[in-house]
Design a protein around this ligand. Sequence first.
Ligand code: NAD
Ligand code: IPM
Ligand code: MN
Length: 351
Amino acid sequence: MPGDGIGPEITEQAVRILEAVTEGTGLSLNFIPGLIGGAAYDAAGHPFPDATRDAALKADAVLLGAVGGPQYDNLDRPLRPERGLLGIRSAMGLFANLRPAILYPQLADSSSLKSEVVAGLDILIVRELTGGAYFGQPRGIRVVDGQREGFNTMHYNEMEIERIGRVAFEAAMQRGRKVCSVDKANVLETSELWREVMIRVSKDYPEVELSHMYVDNAAMQLVRWPKQFDVIVTENLFGDILSDQASMLTGSIGMLPSASLNDKGQGLYEPSHGSAPDIAGQGIANPLATILSAAMLLRYSFGRADLAQRIESAVNDVLEQGLRTRDICTKNDQEVSTQAMGDAMVAILRR
Ligand code: NAD
Ligand code: IPM
Ligand code: MN
């Protein structure tokens, strides 16, 4: 599902990579195109058409570009592209959003932070994706005391907290065995319950060290000394904000992939960034976040960690060759287009 803005440009490259890496491996992927977001609204009058829903529910995995654009910002809220994205996340029950922030060593100078602060960075943000203020009812705009008032509701039940907690602890078992649960328990009741449930879940993972941090401090610590973190688990809105922030530690938001998983083994894979209307159609978008999301697709939906690693190591190789899209380009590098980055990746994978 290419979606809007740079979506078509970056998914085109990711599909080429998936084709190249699966060639001769016994895994043959059948790609079904789907409309989502503004593109779906333009073609079918709705950002998440029934045909897209049906195709998504039947698929093993969904690869998605991005949705949204200024031309859609004045539509009724239910018709906006972003609603399409929230719709597919909710329809597929994709409660667990994994956003790994990994610094490729060649990009240490592309980060806005000092290279010693980010060198060797490898953190995983586990963002709850189907709850919180994004989906809570009631919500709306109403008139109170003669003036309009916008309102949203944030709520989490124990089941929702427990299942995302388990995802974080399971992930931590496979890596640094540390989970930092980020909340606002000094102010919010949702966070009070969140913290209590995280502590309960942690009892099942005695080898994992659980810590808690308020979200405002976490935002500061992420830029002060990000390597203190291994796995961060947090609610939907906090995770949205902290993951964009963490992306800059890796050099660019164009480097941050994501996997959104449900409990039926299905997944949706998309870069963590948006449709970047400011650079759409110019052939300069960084396709690597989407390509790395395609690697996550092979790992989580098809059990092919071997092929995922081939993609990740090909990313290392293109960066080693000095190839950079504009967002990660520093003065000694060679700036290449979105397409040329894809070409170089395919050449490495076919070698
Ligand atoms: P954005 O992530 O689209 O862009 C923020 C900045 O990062 C822009 O300057 C953009 O050019 C740059 N950027 C993003 N991806 C890049 C890439 N791959 N290569 C190089 N530069 C890149 O965020 P925004 O501008 O706040 O939002 C634009 C639209 O995207 C809005 O309609 C928003 O709702 C939507 N959005 C969609 C998603 C999604 O589909 N998952 C995520 C975030 C925002
Ligand atoms: C993201 C995006 C979405 C979100 C928007 C476009 C609905 O920012 O995937 O991070 O807030 O989840
Ligand atoms: Mn976001």
